[in-house]
Design a protein around this ligand. Structure first.
Ligand SMILES: [Zn+2]
Ligand SMILES: [Zn+2]
Length: 237
């Protein structure tokens, strides 16, 4: 698919042709004129007339090109990242690259959509995403930056940099009191009913979850520690 044409490119190509044929026309006219003056007894008059006719044609063509360049339509959009103006021939039907900041401008219904700023958690570089972004990789360090999506999900790519890809088993090894908070935290985390959780607490140590990423094991451990419980987790392989 050809990309959306930029007005500046089209104007440039028209102007280039105008300049080229304008110069050629002037040179031909001048040569014809010189020959006409030194035509002697008619030897060069036909050649001189031909040169001048060619020169005139070239000058007219240059004028046509200038007129075309003036007629070029211009559809201006603003880059949502760097705010520079981008002029296109028509309303864009797909994403357009910005020549100032080299980012792709997300287009919906012929207009650029808003972008959200986010800082990279690894290198603190400023990054941007829009509703069209599926996965955001930091422009500086290529780490994946989790972005919250309209549906509340967090998108992750399979190219993301993951420090630990192993799966973990999380065990509950002890607790001070079976407090209300501890019970409801366990209920929520494990999707069990109250009685199941109480039964579970009667037989320590007990495996809470198996095959979970380290992040999740750490998160749950921290949560349960708050309620007086102690946990351990081990990698499965
Ligand atoms: Zn830009
Ligand atoms: Zn980064």
């Amino acid at each position: 698919m050809p990309s959306v044409q930029r007005s500046s490119d089209v104007v440039e190509s028209h102007s280039e042709r105008a300049v080229m044929s304008g110069i050629a026309g002037v040179i031909l006219l001048a040569l014809g004129g010189v020959l006409w003056m030194f035509r002697g007894d008619g030897m060069f008059s036909i050649l001189s007339l031909m040169l001048m006719a060619g020169g005139l044609g070239a000058v007219i063509y240059a004028a046509v090109c200038i007129a075309q360049a003036r007629k070029v339509t211009c559809f201006k959009i603003e880059c949502p990242y760097c705010h520079s103006a981008v002029s296109l021939l028509t309303a864009p039907d797909r994403d357009v690259s910005c020549r100032s900041c080299l980012r792709m401008i997300p287009i919906v219904d012929g207009k650029p959509i808003a972008v959200t700023q986010v800082r990279c958690g690894y290198c603190n570089a400023l990054n941007y995403y829009s509703d069209k972004t599926i996965v955001l990789l930091c422009e500086e360090c290529n780490h994946e930056i989790p972005i919250s999506r309209a549906d509340g999900q967090v998108a992750h790519s399979r190219f993301a940099v993951v420090d630990d890809e192993r799966f973990y088993e999380l065990k509950l090894v002890g607790f001070e009191h079976p407090t209300e908070d501890l019970l409801s935290t366990l209920q929520q985390a494990l999707a069990l009913n109250r009685n199941q959780v109480k039964d579970m607490l009667g037989e320590l140590p007990v495996t809470l979850l198996s095959g979970i990423p380290k992040k999740k094991a750490e998160m749950l451990t921290a949560q349960l520690n708050l309620h007086g419980a102690s946990c351990q987790f081990y990698p499965l392989n």
